[in-house]
Design a protein around this ligand. Structure first.
Ligand SMILES: *Cc1c(COP(=O)(O)O)cnc(C)c1O
Length: 413
């Protein structure tokens, strides 16, 4: 998070100019104090129940970030065996890791079983194979699709009828049959409806649907309500009010546990809520290009480093960190990739000069983790501010990284 202090922009108390001088641009900077603030806010909001928060590491997978959340007491939400391995390398107890893959092979699930993590299954075919193989020796949870349409871009909504995610609420009889015949032990039920809870009541309704199916599962230990916690991206933007939803949901959850007949744990797996605001992406202005219709700012980055604006049409607030006092002018900010990689149209920024540093806010989630080497560009460095000090936590790539796995045919060329 970037802040103006005594006429200069800082991140986590460290001047942007200092960070850029030390690490160059483009660079992702994460302020761990903001991660902690977000974690504590969520933990406090849901303190009314036996709540466990699992950081969805696909949002930001640097091992130092994982270790930091572990130090706060969080668990981990993973969607691939590689994320499971990273979590174990970061020191998480396998029992604190939930593995929620989609459309993976039984072989990959076997590898996760070997690691001892909580397996979460999202289709009946695999549930049946799993039950036939492990019966009641390895517990599983099931991902249910309640078909509630949460808000946000269609690319992040997963609860609707056309979604590939989860086992439909209308297939519970089939699930019961599989459970009964294979004796597989279902210890949890899960949903993750999409990424933006815009309406607390819609979320509570989805929760009720989940409570209703628990009658089919007598061995539950937890209910995982996924994520969907939205953070504000611009001044007046809508966000999920966790202080509103927390007490309402935990009261209802405890009531449900009484009816179910035993205390259960309440799990959540936020990504964006925990890390989005902690991250700032710093880029340098290469060129200012006046065309017939616009003033383009071309920066030393593009959709290879931050694809969210192009993929999700997301808004990222941009600050000219080099010119706090400049007059406001209208610009269109674009990348250097040979694609139309527009970060922002018609954006008001304090006057931009070539060489200035622009700061993209809300860049902690799905920023670096979605980056690529397109156009043979290097992925940027990552810096983490921890206990008031800045640390390089990922080196900028080099030509060796670009060529690393390429194999040349002998005698060619
Ligand atoms: C991506 C994902 C999350 C995190 O979503 P956010 O919108 O970043 O909070 C949680 N659970 C699952 C299963 C996911 O795939």
């Amino acid at each position: 998070m970037i802040q103006l202090n005594n006429g200069q922009y800082e991140i986590g108390g460290i001047p942007v100019s200092e960070l850029v001088q030390k690490y160059q641009a483009p660079v992702y900077v994460y302020d761990s104090a903001i991660m902690e603030r977000q974690y504590t806010q969520l933990k406090t909001a849901f303190a009314g129940a036996d709540t466990n928060i699992k950081f969805a590491c696909k949002a930001l997978n640097n091992i130092n970030v994982l270790k930091f959340f572990k130090s706060l007491g969080a668990g981990l939400d993973t969607v691939s065996i590689q994320e499971v391995w990273t979590g174990i390398k970061a020191g998480f107890n396998p029992k604190a890791i939930i593995y929620t893959p989609n459309c993976v092979s039984m072989e990959e699930i076997d590898l996760a079983v070997k690691e001892g993590v909580q397996i979460n299954i999202d289709n009946i075919s695999i549930l049946e194979q799993f039950g036939n193989k492990y019966s009641d020796t390895v517990p599983v949870s099931v991902r249910i699709n309640p078909h509630i349409m949460a808000g946000g871009n269609i690319n992040i909504s997963t609860g609707h009828i056309d979604s590939k995610f989860g086992i439909s609420i209308y297939q519970m009889r089939h699930v019961e049959r599989v459970v009964k015949s294979t004796k597989v032990k279902v210890n949890g039920i899960h949903m993750h409806t999409g990424s933006d809870i815009l309406d607390v009541d819609v979320f509570l309704r989805a929760t009720e649907i989940l409570f209703e199916v628990t009658g089919s599962f007598p061995d539950l230990e937890f209910i995982d309500l996924g994520s969907g916690f939205k953070v504000p991206y611009k001044p007046d933007d809508y966000y999920t009010d966790v202080n509103d939803i927390g007490p309402k949901l935990t009261a209802r959850f405890n009531e449900f546990c009484t009816a179910y007949g035993k205390p259960l744990q309440l799990w959540f797996e936020p990504g964006k809520f925990l890390v989005s605001q902690s991250g700032t992406f710093l880029v340098k202005v290469n060129v200012i290009k006046q065309t017939t219709a616009s003033v383009f700012i071309g920066v030393d980055s593009g959709l290879n480093h931050l694809i969210r604006p192009m993929f999700y049409n997301s808004y990222h607030h941009i600050t000219n960190a080099s010119n706090p006092e400049g007059v406001q002018r209208i610009y269109t900010v674009v990348g250097y990739i040979c694609e139309t990689d527009t970060f922002a149209w018609d954006r008001k920024l304090s006057e931009v000069r070539e060489g200035d540093i622009l700061a993209f806010q809300n860049a902690g989630a799905y920023g670096f983790t979605m980056s690529s080497n397109y156009n043979s560009r290097f992925r940027p460095a990552e810096v983490m501010i921890y206990n008031g000090k800045d640390y390089l936590v990922r080196k900028r790539e080099t030509m060796e990284d670009i060529l690393r796995n390429q194999v040349e045919i002998p005698g060619l060329g």
